[in-house]
Structures are given as C-alpha cells and as structure tokens.
Design a protein around this ligand. Sequence first.
Ligand SMILES: [Fe+2]
Ligand SMILES: [Fe+2]
Length: 193
Amino acid sequence: MNKHDALSIVETHLTKPRFEHTVRVAETAVRLAQIYNVSSEKAELASIFHDYCKYRSLDEMKRIIQTTYLPKDLLLYHHELWHGPVASIMIEQEYGIKDDAIQSAVYCHTTGRANMSDLELIIFVADYIEPGRSFPGLDEVRDMATQDLVKAAWMVSRNTINYLTEKKNRIYPDTFHAYNDLTRLLNGGNKFE
Ligand SMILES: [Fe+2]
Ligand SMILES: [Fe+2]
C-alpha cells in the first residue's frame, strides 16, 4: 500500500489533531529509519497505522481482544493500551496488511516489550518525540534518538514508567519488560540473546 492510500484510510478514522500527529510520527520515523538502516517504507506504513484504532469503541476493542489471539490480560489494564494490539490485527483484517514487522511495531508502540526490533524501537521512539509534543525532558530524548536508538528507547520507557508511577497508575508488564531488556542492552548485552 502506498503512502497516499494509507493516509487517506487513517484520516477517516482519526480526529484532525490525531491525524496531524500521525503525519509527524511518520516523518520522524522515516528520518530515524534512514539513520538506522531500516526500511523507510515499513517505518512509514507502521507509523501511519500506529493509531489507526485509537477511536474504536471500547466494546469493539474488547470483543477483538476476547475473540483473537491477543493476550487477555490487556483487559485488566487501561484501555489506552488496547489500540496498538487491536490495530495490529485490524490492519490485516481490513486492509490485508500482513507483515509481521509492521504489525508488531504497531502492536507494541504504546507499551514496548522485550527484544524489540529496530523498526519497533523506531515507532516507539518516533511516537514519543514527534515535533508536536512538548514536555520536560523531551529534548534529551530527541537528541539521543539520532545518536543511539536503544538509549533513546530506554529513556522513553524510563520516562513512561516514572510518569505512570507518579500518577499512581498500574503498569502493563510489557512496559517493564521493555525497560529491563533495554537496560540490559545498555549495559553491554547482545540483542536477542
Ligand atoms: Fe497510540
Ligand atoms: Fe501515537
């Protein structure tokens, strides 16, 4: 699917600000893909669809989680986490996007997980640093994103965990798994060991 078709599809499912966020995530992800030698086409498509299901009804997302292979424990955590895993399935069902690399990057863009691929790391980081966002500590992550993708992703997962604990929110296990695995990599561990 080309960029134009993908954008026209998601535009009808998103609010204007969310669509503009999506365009900025795609631009950011393509830039990172070029730096880290990852397929720009996959980075572009994954980022265009990453928030595709953001505005599906809770009932529909719940039904998809209950009736597919998605982990049921998602239902025990905040519904804000559901749209990534749900979109990874819906882009295949509704548009035939059957590509493990793209689908898994869409899947884990909110929580991260252990053993993330470079494409997954790029979408995870691009969603966080896109130029429309602004909050304390973000510039540090933006600078790191062009130098060390793993370190930037580590900062994203650390900041996310800090933010969630400060708000006294529960944290989905994959978010901890991402943090632990990225910490291991930063301390000299090998990928996929
Ligand atoms: Fe999202
Ligand atoms: Fe997003």
